[in-house]
Write a protein that binds this ligand. Structure first.
Ligand code: SF4
Ligand code: SF4
Length: 331
């Protein structure tokens, strides 16, 4: 395994940053998130980021195209995006799985979202194994291995004083070879991750939910929800967006921005009708999408067990407790 002592990580990142835009997990007082590497930053190797990395491919707001009215016609021009080759360094297994979910949404079933694709194609993913689960982590229950991230180009391992790296794709092989002189070859065995406090038994849940659209459970579990949307904004797999525009005189532009199915306006139609008029329908939709609809369409759940929604919901909504309730519900 190629290793580097942690005290030389900045040197590795600085060298990489000459060839790529390198995004690293950084913790400031209020928040932790992936930001572009620059000299002097301290990379946060403890636990996962509060904000997920989805905005790297799917920004919270993104300009799509501009338009100008010319007599009876309209000129439309897409915004030219200058996307650099980039490396996301230190991404955890749960967030790698979330990228797989986003890939399915934005790149499969006969439709390719060019905004997403352009950024995704220019990205190399260097995962980092976890050493200790946070209190709200339950990725293992979702079939993930915190030491082996699905789809990574390079798998990184936290070895205590050093970091180890193993290439998982030809692109990852090339990346490690490029900075080979900074690594030392060592036979190392990463420590197994143990001590998950939180578990969820999802066996049979999608099949059971198929019969629970009208179940009274939704009225019960939705009662305390405030509809604030924090769960969706922090969720690495949530991907709904709205398209808005701005116009000045005869010209303007369209942009998309994240939306959230927990908001009452999400399904409100032009005439005022709303097919999800209360929290009951909105909360039901969130959990059916995560645990049933997405599996039905793409063959996997839309939850990776990252635990962010549990950690940050202001009223303590806990998806693992809801899975338990579904398990126990009579149908
Ligand atoms: S974070 Fe909690 S209160 Fe806010 S919308 Fe999500 S479930 Fe509801
Ligand atoms: S639903 Fe919650 S635990 Fe699951 S991926 Fe989203 S934020 Fe993470």
């Amino acid at each position: 395994m190629k290793t580097i002592v942690k005290s030389r990580l900045a040197e590795l990142l600085q060298t990489m940053a000459q060839d790529f835009r390198v995004l690293v997990p950084v913790k400031s007082e209020a928040i932790s998130q992936f930001v572009p590497w620059q000299e002097g930053l301290t990379v946060n190797l403890e636990g996962n980021t509060v904000l997920p990395p989805k905005d790297i491919f799917f920004p919270q707001t993104e300009k799509m195209y501009k338009f100008k009215v010319k007599g009876s016609s309209v000129d439309i021009e897409e915004f030219a995006e200058d996307v650099q080759k980039q490396v996301i360094f230190g991404i955890r297994s749960c967030d790698m799985q979330s990228i797989d979910c986003l890939d399915k949404v934005f790149l499969t079933k006969g439709y390719e979202d060019q905004f997403y694709k352009t950024k995704r194609e220019k990205t190399l993913l260097v995962a980092l194994s976890c050493t200790k689960p946070q209190d709200t982590c339950f990725c293992e229950s979702m079939g993930l291995n915190p030491q082996e991230a699905p789809g990574a180009d390079v798998q990184g391992y936290d070895l205590g004083d050093a970091l180890g790296f193993v290439a998982k794709t030809p692109e990852g092989e090339e990346l490690l070879a490029k900075y080979g002189s900074l690594f030392t070859e060592v036979n190392a065995v990463p420590q197994k991750v143990e001590g998950f406090n939180l578990k969820a038994d999802v066996a049979g849940i999608p099949e059971k939910l198929a019969k629970m659209f009208d179940h009274p459970i939704w009225g019960e579990v939705s009662q305390k929800c405030l509809g604030c949307g924090a769960c969706a904004y922090l969720c690495p797999t949530c991907h709904c967006f709205d398209i808005s525009g701005t116009v000045k005189g005869d010209q303007g532009y369209k942009f998309r921005c994240w939306d959230c199915c927990m908001f009452s306006e999400y399904t409100r139609m032009a005439g005022g009708h709303n097919p999800r008029p209360s929290k009951k329908e909105r909360v039901r939709n969130r959990f059916l999408h995560k645990l049933y609809y997405f599996k039905d369409r793409y063959g996997q759940l839309l939850c990776t067990g990252c635990g962010r929604c549990i950690a940050k919901c202001p009223v303590g909504m806990d998806i693992t407790a809801i899975i338990e309730k579904i398990k126990e519900a009579e149908v």
